[in-house]
Design a protein around this ligand. Structure first.
Ligand code: PA5
Length: 344
């Protein structure tokens, strides 16, 4: 099966397939000339929105089998434990996101071992000025569409630094989009239009749950409920009490053939509950054998479904007008990036 042509139509600028993008992303990182970094106990990913989600995916990939702490920071302030014992990936697709620039400067002052990932902007300039290695990405994408460019290089660099070797999994992940069944994605897209959406996945895919939510927000311009099993069984599930089959809420469950028996039983119970308290349930199964391939498959599915909804609804999915307006107003009020530049 080849990657669905319809997805190509959404990639207006480059007409590049997801698989090609993954291959290119790996190639870019392979070229990075990086010296072995000293010992460290923690990996931190700094970044916001479509860039920061690369950190969430890294946590999904590593959190249950890495001895290193993995911290994801999505704020202006760096927590105290991000110090010289921390390997930092500082990611901003545009290179001009003020929270990320603020984090970057704090990380340099604390002596963190930093690698920047960006297509340009201040982050690239500041990193070069401070002799910090930069993975430079192709420009012209919406940040969320460039996720493979931001996430896969981290995985490649981890191997270069002798931290974790996912080489075989990368090969599988690069081709996973070709193996995904288009029908389920089309069904979910057409079934979820004009509905309230709720997305639930297992706790070991919390980053992917966030990615789905964000893609609905940004591509389809829709609000969504989201959560992870088992935690949502202790709170959110109760919110369904006053919902009926006429509630116009569609539930998406992210399933994995390798999910634990507890997760499987919990999803089966969730399905029974939601059969009474929602207007429809979809199950989306990860494709692939390795966790990395499954992560990339879910990420592709999220993009496909949400882009497809925007196309069906005649919405320009690329534009994020509210985010842009907000950033402009913040710049007028705070002008933080320029202030930070003076302290460089
Ligand atoms: O997808 C988007 O446009 C946003 O979520 C951005 O990624 C976010 O605002 C941060 O910008 P950047 O990725 O350029 O750092």
């Amino acid at each position: 099966m080849s990657e669905p042509a319809i997805f190509l139509n959404f990639r207006m600028k480059q007409h590049i397939t997801y698989s090609d993008m993954c291959k290119e992303a790996v190639g870019i990182a392979e070229k990075l000339n990086i010296n072995p970094i000293g010992d460290f106990s923690r990996i931190a990913v700094l970044g916001m929105g479509g860039s920061g989600v690369a950190g969430d995916l890294l946590k999904d990939l590593m959190k249950y089998d890495s001895e290193k702490d993995i911290e994801i920071v999505k704020d202006y302030i760096l927590p105290k434990n991000i110090d010289s014992n921390t390997l930092v990936f500082c990611i901003s697709y545009s290179g001009d996101t003020e929270e990320t620039l603020s984090q970057f400067l704090q990380a340099t002052k604390r002596g963190c071992q930093i690698i920047s990932i960006t297509s340009g902007g201040r982050l690239k300039q500041w990193s070069e000025k401070k002799n910090i290695p930069v993975i430079t990405l192709p420009s012209g994408y919406q940040p969320r569409d460039a996720l493979p460019y931001m996430f896969l290089p981290i995985v490649v660099v981890l191997k270069k630094l002798g931290i974790a070797d996912y080489s075989e999994d990368i090969k599988e992940a690069m081709n996973v989009a070709n193996k995904i069944d288009t029908k389920i994605m089309e069904d979910v897209a057409s079934g979820c239009r004009n509905c309230n959406i709720a997305i639930y996945g297992p706790a070991n895919y919390s980053g992917i749950v966030a990615r789905f939510k964000n893609e609905f927000n940004e591509n389809s311009k829709m609000l969504v409920y989201s959560g992870c099993v088992p935690e949502m069984h202790h709170n959110e599930i109760n919110g369904y009490q006053r919902m009926g089959k006429d509630s116009n809420i569609k539930v998406i469950l992210l399933r994995d053939k390798d999910e634990s028996v507890e997760t499987r039983e919990r999803f089966e119970i969730t399905k029974k509950i939601d059969a009474e308290h929602s207007s429809g349930i979809y199950e989306i199964w990860a494709t692939g054998k390795s966790k990395l391939a499954k992560i990339m498959s879910y990420s592709y599915i999220a993009s496909y479904i949400t882009a497809r909804i925007s196309e069906l609804d005649g919405i320009n999915r690329e534009k994020v007008e509210i985010i842009q307006t907000l950033k402009k107003e913040l710049k007028e009020r705070l002008n933080l990036a320029e202030k930070l530049e003076k302290s460089l």
